[in-house]
Design a protein around this ligand. Structure first.
Ligand code: FES
Ligand code: FES
Length: 188
C-alpha cells in the first residue's frame, strides 16, 4: 500500500509504487479531472499540487508521492469558486477545456506564492500547452484571479446552468461530497 492524502482524504493505493501518480488518480481514485495529455512531461495537462507545488503527475510515481498532500482539480474547490476557476470562466479562457485543469492548478500554485504576478511571470509559471490557443485570455484570467484573490474585484458568475456540482458528482464519483462513496477513491 502506498499512502498519501488526496484532496484532504487519506488514500492507500494498492498498486506498484512505480505507477505514475496520474494513472493512480485517474484509474484508481476516479479523479478524472486530471488529464492525460502527452505522458512525458511536455504538456502540463496532468498537473496537480503536491505539497502545494504544481507538478506533472505523469512524471511523479506514487512511491515518490507517498506521505505527501495531493490536490487535484476536484479538490481545488468543490463548487468552482476558486478565484482561478472563476476568472478562467469569466475571461472565456476555456475552449475545449482539455488543458484547463492543469492550467488552473499551475495558476493556483503561482498565485499562492505570488499574489500579483506580471505577464512575464505568468507565462513563465504556466508553461502548459493549449491546442486551442487560449494564451492571451489565460494571462488576463490569471491577472483577474489575482484581483479577485486580493479582494480588489469580485466575480459573481454562477456555475454554468445544467452543470450543477451534484450532477457532475453523479457522473464522476471522485467528486462526491463527504460521507458519500470514497471521494479519495482508495483502490484495493
Ligand atoms: S500528461 Fe503529463 S505533462 Fe503531458
Ligand atoms: S482549451 Fe483546448 S487545449 Fe486548451
Amino acid at each position: 500500500m502506498t499512502a498519501m492524502t488526496v484532496n484532504e482524504r487519506p488514500v492507500d493505493f494498492d498498486m506498484d509504487p512505480d505507477t505514475p501518480l496520474l494513472h493512480a488518480l485517474r484509474d484508481a481514485a476516479n479523479l478524472t479531472g486530471t488529464k492525460y495529455g502527452c505522458g512525458v512531461g511536455d504538456c502540463g495537462a496532468c498537473m496537480v499540487l503536491v505539497d502545494g507545488e504544481a507538478l506533472r503527475s505523469c512524471l511523479v510515481t506514487i512511491g515518490e508521492a507517498e506521505g505527501r498532500f495531493i490536490t487535484t482539480i476536484e479538490g481545488l474547490s468543490r463548487d468552482r469558486s476558486h478565484p482561478v476557476q472563476q476568472a478562467l470562466v469569466a475571461e472565456q479562457a476555456i475552449q475545449c477545456g482539455f488543458c484547463t485543469p492543469g492550467i488552473a492548478i499551475a495558476a493556483a500554485s503561482l498565485l499562492r506564492g505570488n499574489p500579483d504576478p506580471i505577464e512575464a511571470q505568468i507565462r513563465e509559471a504556466i508553461p502548459n500547452l493549449c491546442r486551442c490557443g487560449v494564451y492571451p485570455r489565460l494571462v488576463r484570467a490569471v491577472q483577474r484571479a489575482a484581483r479577485v484573490g486580493s479582494r480588489r474585484e469580485r466575480i459573481s458568475a454562477a456555475p454554468a446552468p445544467g452543470i450543477d456540482p451534484q450532477d457532475a458528482a453523479r457522473a464522476v464519483p471522485g467528486m462526491r461530497a463527504e460521507g458519500a462513496d470514497p471521494q479519495g477513491g482508495t483502490s484495493d
